[in-house]
Design a protein around this ligand. Structure first.
Ligand code: GLA
Length: 507
């Protein structure tokens, strides 16, 4: 053997050892990071939040969108009672949250003073009553000298206010961004301001979910995971599907801009497409409260709104007058197979695969079709086909589209199994509660009298367990199959969504 041949041989041996190590390392990594039925997206290690809370997107009710400053003990308790009566608490809506306008200022020792007329028995009494009814209790303040509605804010009083919230048995703090004394405009300024309250809450020793309401400014999704449980990623929602408004400045326009409001459902969704990857168990992008029930959108639009908030793991906070809710709106908020997306054992947000401009423009000159997908913990794939056009449209997604993330993730050969597979398709809106059933509930009958493939009790059977046993209420209705290398075509109504759970045949 010549010297060159010997050297080549040595190189071959080194290369072989190296390859073996890589292969073995990958296999070991898969064993550790991937559950038995999971897929490539599980290579992202599961995260836990900085305080161990909020492992799943929070669900509940907040007064702001429907009532603004009208808050009182009486109103919160009677709403909570109605939420329980309509079966919504047992579907998972467990937080009752009071937004802005609840105080009359500070006392001489620097502590916030609740409005005695609205809260004659004090806040702790209210919290304890809600807890006794099986709810958790949320409150609001601002990382500024004033709140957005000009009440006392917490800037400079973080220790006192965190102590106030803990002493009053608060479980969740929404922390706003108004009147921040100019302490915004860079990630560092914002981080420091929000971190002060984060530390103060931790120091109380009470578990309190910490929800930033920073309107998507200063790239909040990039730095707030180590100090909080969620962050608003856009300006305030308003009750419109896609009406453009100059008040809604998206982070793309100006990352540090203030005065973000009047953001439509589609505007928020389009922003989410760029930040969704930051959402994970313990920290979620907050797409703002739900508008379902407030009357500004039609039924298809509210269905799309609710579906996408669940698909993208946003907090699901009802914000309408529950007492006068219509049967149709109750049936949207009560769809357990959609809520099961939000409460999946592996919470993360869906991602957008494509957005295509279309011809059928609406009154704002807008028309696009979108495909979003998400992999669930049990290996199911969920797809959402959105029709942003002005009339019904047939939207088609091929298995190649649906598994784009897997096909482009660098393990092409591994991923082909998805495309060469037969998939059963379940429509997640197929078993929507009928208006008659919803009326039965609204007229005072127990929600549990409604058929078991339509209604669900997560207090008795948590979503993770229901999914494990394939509870009929969580799977939607079977509507067909996709052949290997095939595609799924759906007729989708104007501003509507086709929302489907795909399950491997025999899997
Ligand atoms: C800001 C928030 C809203 C609401 C109001 C209350 O606008 O973004 O969600 O809390 O303040 O004043």
């Amino acid at each position: 053997m010549t010297r060159i041949e010997t050297k080549n041989m040595r190189l071959h041996i080194v290369a072989l050892i190296y390859c073996f190590k890589i292969v073995r390392g990958t296999e070991l990594g898969q064993e550790v990071l991937r559950g038995p039925q999971s897929d490539l997206s599980d290579i992202i290690a599961p995260s836990r939040s900085y305080n161990g809370l909020n492992q799943h997107p929070p669900m509940g009710w907040n007064n702001w969108n429907a009532f603004g400053c009208e808050v009182s003990e009486e109103m919160l308790i009677s709403t909570a009672q109605t939420i329980a009566d309509y079966g919504l608490r047992d579907l998972g809506y467990e937080y009752i949250m009071m937004d802005d306008c609840w105080s009359i200022g500070r006392n001489l020792t620097g502590y916030l003073v609740p409005d005695p007329e609205r809260f004659p028995n004090g806040i702790r009494h209210l919290a304890d009553r809600l807890h006794a009814m099986g709810f958790k209790f949320g409150m609001y303040s601002s990382a500024g000298t004033l709140t957005c509605a000009l009440y006392a804010g917490s800037l400079g009083f973080e220790t006192e206010d965190a102590a106030f919230f803990a002493e009053n048995h608060v479980d969740y703090l929404k922390y706003d961004n108004c009147y921040n004394n100019g302490l915004q405009g860079t990630p560092e300024l914002s981080f420091n301001r929000y971190d002060t309250m984060s530390k103060a809450l931790l120091a109380t020793g009470r578990p309190i979910v910490y929800a930033l309401c920073q309107w998507g400014t200063d790239y909040v999704w990039q730095w707030s995971q180590p100090i909080s449980n969620s962050a608003r990623m856009s300006g305030d929602i308003y009750d419109s599907f896609n009406r453009p408004d100059p008040g809604c400045i998206t982070p793309d326009d100006a990352p540090s801009a203030l005065a973000l409001y009047k953001c439509s459902v589609m505007s928020i969704l389009n922003t989410m497409a760029t930040v969704q990857s930051m959402s994970r168990s313990g920290w979620f992008n907050d797409m703002d409260m739900l508008e379902v029930g407030n009357g500004g959108m039609d039924d298809n639009e509210y269905v799309t709104h609710f579906s996408m908030w669940a698909m993208l793991s946003s907090p699901l906070l009802i914000s309408t007058d529950i007492v006068s809710i219509s049967p149709a709106d109750l049936s949207i908020l009560s769809n357990p197979s959609v809520i099961a997306l939000s409460q999946d054992p592996s919470p993360r947000a869906g991602s957008r695969i494509w957005k295509n401009e279309c011809q059928d423009k609406d009154q704002f000159g807008l028309c696009d079709h979108q495909l979003w997908t998400r992999t669930m913990a049990n290996g199911d794939k969920v797809i959402a086909l959105i029709n942003g056009g002005n009339g019904p449209a047939t939207l088609t997604a091929s298995l190649n589209d649906i598994f784009t993330d897997e096909l482009t993730s660098g393990t092409y050969r591994l991923s082909r199994q998805y495309i060469e597979q037969k998939w059963d398709v379940y429509d997640l809106w197929a078993n929507r509660m009928s208006v008659d059933d919803a009326n039965v509930i609204l007229n005072g009958s127990e929600a549990s009298t409604v058929k078991s493939n339509v209604w669900y009790n997560s207090t008795e059977l948590p979503y993770a367990e229901g999914l494990q046993i394939n509870h009929p209420a969580l799977l939607g209705g079977y509507v067909g199959e996709i052949e290997p290398h095939g595609k799924w075509a759906a007729e989708v109504a104007r501003h509507g969504v086709g929302l489907y759970r795909l399950r491997k045949r025999g899997g």
